[in-house]
Design a protein around this ligand. Structure first.
Ligand code: BES
Ligand code: ZN
Length: 466
């Protein structure tokens, strides 16, 4: 695999380009309306907002000429919109995105409020700006450009937007299964990822999978005076720390028995491609404000991030965490732990291994339970075929340079389901950037990427139909 593929000099058609330029302000204004809705899927108190976001998107898709409906699921609703008036023989594209967002906490670390979109330094700051409302918006408005200027689309298009991506997409695979005839398509396009660097359009070659756990340790029936009881009663905070410390060996490899079994290594060509990408550990460390990097020995940083599995603590809770000191022996403790998975690993199998491991290392005197919260399979792309070729041309037209092929450490659980159920290739082409603060305070999307992304996707629909 090479990291670049030569193409001729593709252009963004002038009519679409002009329409997008003329409507730039409105495109922004409407996106801001979308971003103002706090559609936080993890929080039930925001269920009305999540629903409002679905309805809002549904109405937008209807207004540009799609037939759209909000479908109930046992969780958050799915928006399904269709436009099927392309000439006979034209392909059908399915565009997937998510309208739900991560919680915005810690709120005090946002420079401007999370749900009051603000532009600074060419970036739109808001929760969901890049993950994924802004990127979904790229497609909605690129579709609108075609319909407004030409009254038609070059191919049939299905837009499928879910509200549970950030909490594991539990109800989406059953929805796809249930509607699989209707969702039949020639390719799936997803913009929910980042470019390798500013100005370098990128196509994803892989995603890691995920197995997410909550570990609860219960000790005495309440918090205790640490002087009166400490030393004799097993401390759930310490017990949890001991358990977590067994997840890795001294070298940094995951020490859960069987964890690496069955992993299908990335090909030498892919690893070589990664080494050719402009990446420096020193720059990476400087950007993150760390003095050293960790992880598994024997791999480059990009290999660690894109091709190797992990086991990480996501959150910890126990005892007194307020101001000053309080002498207390906590009655319980809790950790959120997630494993990122690579091809060959399966979330169900990792759940078994994790539970067996914790059972083995759990100290006596406390009760330890491991709950699997959600999971998703890893994914690797084929990187050939007409959809992939169309993407190369479309990205070049908008960004004026060849796309690079990149891996990704994050997860989009539904990608594997699309391939399995719909038997269609999936193209992941995203417009985020390193440092975009997805899931963190001050999340942003670049205004320039938004503009170029719109043009690239407008060209993509055309190229796919050729
Ligand atoms: N947009 C991300 C996925 C992603 C992250 C793609 C980084 C490329 C780079 C998506 O919204 C996300 O955050 N997914 C979750 C999935 C999980 C909740 C099942 C993730 O990766 O943590
Ligand atoms: Zn996300």
């Amino acid at each position: 695999m090479s990291t670049t593929r030569r193409t001729t000099k593709p252009m963004v058609p002038a009519d679409l380009d002009h329409w997008l330029a003329d409507n730039d302000q409105r495109i922004h204004d409407e996106l801001f309306d979308f971003l103002r809705i706090p559609s936080i899927s993890a929080r039930s108190e925001h269920n009305p907002d999540t629903r409002r976001a679905a309805k809002w998107l549904n109405d937008k898709l209807t207004s540009i000429g799609f037939t759209s409906a909000v479908h109930e699921t046992p969780g958050h609703p799915v928006v399904l919109a269709e436009w099927r008036k392309a000439p006979a023989g034209a392909p059908t594209l399915l565009i997937y995105g998510h309208y739900d967002v991560q919680p915005a906490e810690p709120l005090e670390l946002w420079t401007s409020p999370a749900f009051e979109p603000t532009i600074r330094d060419g970036k739109i700051f808001a929760r969901g700006s890049v993950d994924d409302k802004g990127q979904l918006w790229v497609h909605v408005k690129a579709l609108e450009a075609h319909l407004a200027v030409r009254g038609t689309l070059p191919c049939n298009v299905i837009v499928l937007a879910e509200g549970e991506e950030e909490v594991g997409s539990e109800h989406l695979a059953p929805f796809i299964e249930q509607h699989k005839k209707r969702l039949a398509c020639d390719g799936v396009v997803i913009s929910d990822s980042a470019m390798f660097a500013p100005g370098i359009p990128s196509i994803l070659s892989s995603l890691r999978g995920l197995a997410y756990f909550e570990i609860n340790v219960e000790g005495p029936n309440s918090d205790l005076h640490s002087g009166m009881y400490g030393g004799a009663v097993v401390n759930p905070g310490m017990a949890l720390a001991r358990i977590l410390a067994t997840f890795h060996d001294a070298k940094g490899k995951v020490a859960i028995k069987g964890f690496y079994d069955g992993i299908k290594p990335f090909t030498a060509a892919v690893r070589k491609g990664m080494k050719m990408l402009p990446f420096k550990d020193t720059t990476f460390m400087r950007e993150l404000g760390v003095k050293a990097l960790g992880g598994e020995p024997g791999y480059t940083t990009l290999e660690k991030l894109w091709t190797r599995p992990t086991c990480e603590v996501n959150g910890l809770l126990s005892g007194y965490t307020g101001e000053g000191a309080k002498t207390v022996l906590p009655g319980k403790s809790m950790a959120k732990v997630s494993c990122r998975l690579v091809p060959g690993q399966d979330p169900k199998q990792i759940e078994k291994l994790m539970k067996a491991h914790v059972k083995k290392v759990a100290p006596a005197g406390v009760k330890v339970t491991v709950t699997h919260l959600h999971g998703g399979k890893p994914w690797r792309a084929e990187l050939d075929g007409p959809l992939f070729d169309a993407a190369q041309i479309a990205l070049k037209a908008a960004f004026k340079r060849d796309a690079v092929i990149v891996g990704e450490g994050g997860s989009i659980p539904v990608v594997g389901d699309f391939e399995r159920i719909l038997k269609a290739p999936v193209l992941l082409v995203g417009f985020g950037l390193p440092g975009e603060n997805a899931h963190a305070p001050d999340e942003w999307i670049s205004v320039d990427n938004l503009r170029r992304g719109l043009r690239a996707m407008a060209v993509l629909y055309e190229e796919v139909a050729k």
